[in-house]
Design a protein around this ligand. Structure first.
Ligand SMILES: C[S@@+](CC[C@H](N)C(=O)[O-])C[C@H]1O[C@@H](n2cnc3c(N)ncnc32)[C@H](O)[C@@H]1O
Length: 361
């Protein structure tokens, strides 16, 4: 069969993509095979993780569409692993086959199974889920299909329900309360991680984040999965609720009605210490910038927004450098990948407000 489309280059990989593709946002499903150009950054980060952080042996790109992610990893992060690049849509299977051929990949197979059937027959130590919207329907199968120690990677684009725009949907899907707030992308991400922690615990498995982040219009998670009741208990101990008071800006962790959610670290600083951006990525500057911020970012929930504090205090936002300096005089402070104008600090709210006022003078 001759396939329609164009050959593009993403990173150092050649990809045949269908004639109708999405350029930005969650993307529209235009035909039977989906490709979103904006997800190049998401795929770049997967390449970095394979090159520097994770060394799986048997990998599954479970919802691959054109195969862009699996094919890029095999091409740009070569290793001793086998990759099954799968999509249940038969036409997608044709694109994947062509993309494997175009890049002369020798360690990949192509599948066209429903991942929920596939994962009752085979286990993998890296599974990547990249659905349209919520990953919830696919998580039980993915957890069942993991080896005793593995990495589960998940993309979720249903940020509106997780971030409080549709709290009812969040309660039904994630069994958690969400709320709109200046840091809603962080609370949404933590609710998503928390849901997976609770699902895994039901199977005596523990989850710990290797790297979890928000970018553009989606959440992306790389989670280490460990077998055993003790690992499950360790993960559950890092779950909890939080409260946000819009009038005072106060964030109270461990009480309140938002959640349950993951309150532990969002990334493993030790694992990411050596992560480096190789030559030839699709968005090298952005990857470098994020790697620098992830290494710097404090493990303190929840970040503050400069505009939020300025509005509360009736002040104009101070210069960024002055604010970070004033906060740094009081305690630890870092930037955050969640927002260009956000920051994290280990100081209590009164000291944050005091530093804010002094930076405004
Ligand atoms: C958002 S697209 C994946 C995009 C792709 N990972 C990329 O980087 O370009 C979601 C894909 O999941 C596939 N899919 C949906 N349900 C599935 C299932 N149960 N098993 C396998 N594939 C499925 C769809 O056919 C679709 O191609």
């Amino acid at each position: 069969m001759s396939l329609e489309g164009t050959i593009i280059k993403e990173g150092s990989t050649r990809l045949l993509v269908p004639p109708l593709i999405s350029e930005r946002g969650p993307g529209r499903v235009e035909g039977k095979v989906f490709f979103n150009r904006q997800m190049a950054f998401n795929r770049d980060v997967a390449v970095v993780m394979f090159r520097s952080v994770i060394q799986p042996r048997k990998c599954l790109d479970a919802m691959a569409a054109t195969g862009a992610r699996g094919v890029r990893i095999c091409t740009e992060a070569p290793g001793e692993y086998r990759f099954l690049i799968n999509d249940r849509e038969p036409l997608a299977g044709e694109y994947i086959r062509e993309n494997v051929r175009l890049n002369s990949i020798g360690n990949a197979e192509v599948g066209t199974a429903d991942l929920r059937c596939l994962l009752t027959r085979e286990v993998f130590d890296y599974i990547d889920l990249d659905p349209f919207g919520t990953p919830i329907p696919f998580l039980p199968a993915a957890l069942q299909g993991m080896t005793r120690k593995g990495v589960l990677a998940v993309t979720a684009t249903d940020t509106a329900s997780l971030c409080g725009t549709h709290p009812g949907k969040c309660r039904r899907r994630y069994l958690a309360n969400s709320q709109r707030s200046p840091f809603m992308h962080e609370s949404g991400l933590r609710i998503l991680i928390g849901t997976i922690v609770r699902m895994a615990a039901q199977e005596d498995r523990g989850i710990s984040p290797l790297l979890c982040y928000y970018a553009d219009h989606y959440f992306r998670l790389f989670l280490r999965v460990r077998e055993g009741a003790a690992a499950a208990d360790v993960a559950l101990a890092q779950m909890g609720m939080m409260a946000y008071d819009r009038a005072t800006g106060e964030r109270r962790v461990g009480e309140g009605s938002m959640g349950p959610m993951w309150l532990g670290p969002l990334l493993d600083h030790g694992a990411l210490a050596e992560a480096a951006a190789p030559e030839g990525l699709a968005c090298p500057d952005r990857v470098e910038r994020y790697l620098e911020l992830w290494r710097e970012e404090l493990d303190v929930p929840f970040y503050y927004e400069t505009d939020e504090l300025a509005a509360m205090l009736g002040l104009s936002p101070p210069g960024r450098a002055e604010l970070l300096r004033a906060l740094g005089d009081k305690g630890r402070v870092s930037r955050t990948t969640f927002s260009l104008t956000g920051f994290r600090t280990d100081r209590p709210l009164e000291e944050v407000l005091e530093a804010f006022r002094s930076a405004c003078q």
